[in-house]
Design a binder for this molecule. Structure first.
Ligand code: SAM
Length: 330
């Protein structure tokens, strides 16, 4: 390869990285007065100046590497800033979970509502006063719980300020904080839920300790999360070992982290077969239209990786290598 080719490749890679860095780093700062402002104005959608039509969102290869292998809180923020619109484009809704397809769900939004209802039931929200939702996404679950339980006081805790500030939930208090240092006084809540977020909490033990501190005696902790069932399933996970960008906590580890921090497990539901398999079946059946929506903002490679990850997810769920647990502890 001559020097000219080398230079072209170098300039190509450099400009690719620069473009992506400009798009990807969207951490916002939280204003104690209640308003939010961007530290660096870099929205997830990129607009052309004149007609403000969205164009293709490119992903930063460095970010992909970091959120796959390093997975610190900054990487998790970038991950969601870059990828949560995929879920919104696919569903047309604002929830960021896989859903619970317990027989009657005809689509993803319905399945996601079902998962919220399951958490609602297990957390006994009907008799709750003060709920802390840790890893609240775009606050869509909080909206649902608030509509079912009018007097419930809800705090939405999220490390991702962009998600908090774009939430359409006017009733819940948004708190830009991490799961491992909850901004609440001792015994100040009677419910804590983590709906498909605890797979990111690091160290998980610290979240459990914080939950124990914040919950009043008799209060309930409900966690819904993907888990692995074997100690080291790395090779069996195939493409998921790098596209499943969170910790791969084992179910036994999660249970022992709960009990070693002073909780008693009151109920545990293993619903993996009603999560991954029907979700994949749904995607396969509707791939044409879902793909079309996703390609409005993302490159075809991303959709292809998503599709293959879902197929693998269905496969390893059928084999019992991954599961999805909803755990209630007190
Ligand atoms: C898969 S989404 C689920 C969001 C929401 N519960 C839902 O079902 O729509 C995971 C959420 O956890 C948040 N999260 C990840 N790590 C966190 C941490 N350490 N502390 C607080 N929130 C965190 C992410 O920003 C994201 O909003």
């Amino acid at each position: 390869m001559n020097w000219y080719c080398k230079c072209k490749i170098y300039i190509g890679i450099r400009s690719l990285l620069q473009t992506h860095v400009a798009l990807g780093d969207t951490r916002l700062s939280f204003d104690p007065g209640g308003s939010t402002r961007a530290k660096r104005a870099a929205p997830t959608t990129c607009y052309s100046d004149k007609n403000r039509r969205p164009f293709l969102m490119l992903l930063n290869p460095l970010h992909i590497f970091l959120w796959t292998f390093r997975r610190n809180e900054h990487d998790v923020i970038n991950l969601y800033n870059s990828l949560s619109p995929v879920m919104q484009l696919a569903t047309g809704g604002d929830m960021l979970n896989f859903g619970y397809w317990n027989g009657n769900a005809s689509g993803l939004i319905e399945a996601q509502n079902n998962l919220c209802s399951l958490v609602d039931d297990m957390a006994e929200l009907g008799s709750a006063k003060r709920l802390v939702d840790v890893g609240s996404g775009l606050s869509a679950p909080a909206t649902l719980w608030k509509s079912a339980h009018d007097s419930l006081d809800i705090s939405c805790v999220n490390i991702n300020l962009q998600q908090l500030s774009s939430s359409k939930q006017p009733y819940a208090s948004p708190l830009n904080a991490t799961s491992t240092a909850l901004p609440f006084s001792n015994k100040s809540a009677d419910r804590i839920v983590a709906l498909e977020s605890a797979q990111h909490f690091k160290p998980l033990d610290k979240f459990m300790k914080e939950s124990r501190r914040v919950l009043e005696p008799g209060g309930l902790l409900v966690i819904a999360m993907p888990v692995v069932t074997e100690a080291h399933p790395f090779f069996k996970l195939g493409i998921l070992s790098w596209t499943w960008s969170s910790e791969h906590y084992g179910v036994d580890y999660v249970k022992s982290s709960i009990t070693s921090n002073g909780f008693k497990i009151k109920d545990i539901r293993r619903i993996g077969h009603q999560v991954y398999e029907p979700l994949t079946d749904y995607y396969v059946l509707h791939r044409g239209s879902l793909r079309e929506n996703i390609l409005k903002r993302y490159p075809p490679l991303l959709e292809s990786v998503l599709y293959n990850s879902l197929l693998k997810m269905r496969d390893v769920s059928r084999k019992g290598i991954i599961d999805y647990v909803v755990i209630k502890a007190s």
